[in-house]
Ligand binder design. Structure first.
Ligand SMILES: [Cu+2]
Length: 225
């Protein structure tokens, strides 16, 4: 009986921690993904269209193949289902509210320019850190129950980036720190873009094989229309 009460308290505590740590934005974002999404806004422009919610999850224990074993990967979270990120469809000229839930507690080699946030509406991203239970040793030293708006992060604690290119031109860079939830807002004009993680989180001597050069893992396209 006593342990049942303890368990119930523990569950309530975890729910409270998640609610505080992730904040209302993520939950609002989650519910918004369940709402009908209007892709065609005519000439009404971005101001009159509600923000579009894009939620992605990074997991680590995905079996790439029997030789390589586990590799990290980005997934879309859509109506509670994890879907491939090989081609991400987004509405044009409309505010995208991006949430990335990162379960990867590791970091990797990355060029220092990708520690900078670029292409977001205010040039910043919001980091909700230590959102994984038992991740209080994360190196970012950002408060457990808090969030922080940043224009750049420490390059030594970046697990992955979500970096979008128009041809070879970088149009968006979101550095994703270890064990974190990241939120940022941006807009894109119509077109076909590519996305790539810039942290060498794959296989091979360079770390740029495996997940890094495979669409739907650490790369893909972004179709904006
Ligand atoms: Cu990566």
């Amino acid at each position: 009986m006593k342990s049942n009460i303890s368990n119930a308290l523990a569950v309530a505590a975890v729910v409270a921690i998640i609610a505080v740590g992730i904040g209302t934005g993520l939950f609002a974002g989650y519910f918004m993904t369940n709402a009908p999404i209007e892709h065609s806004q005519g000439n009404t422009g971005p101001a009159s269209a509600a923000p579009y919610s894009l939620v992605m999850v990074i997991t680590t224990n995905n079996i790439y193949n029997s030789t390589v074993g586990a590799q990290p990967a980005f997934f879309l979270l859509n109506n509670g289902t994890l879907e491939s990120t090989s081609n991400i469809s987004l509405p044009a000229n409309r505010q995208i509210d991006l949430t990335i839930i990162n379960y990867d507690d590791g970091n990797g080699s990355v060029a220092s320019i990708y520690a900078n946030v670029t292409g977001t509406l205010n040039g910043k991203e919001t980091i909700y850190n230590n959102t994984n239970i038992n991740s209080t040793n994360s190196g970012s030293q950002i408060a457990v129950n808090g969030s922080q708006q940043v224009a750049s992060v420490n390059p030594n604690i970046i697990a992955h980036t979500f970096t979008v290119f128009n041809g070879s031109k970088e149009v968006l860079n979101i550095p994703i720190v270890e064990s974190s939830v990241i939120q940022a807002s941006f807009t894109l004009a119509s077109g076909t873009y590519s996305w790539q993680c810039e942290v060498a989180c794959g296989t091979g001597s360079s770390g740029w094989e495996g997940a890094m050069n495979t669409n739907g893992w650490m790369a893909g396209t972004v179709s904006v229309h």
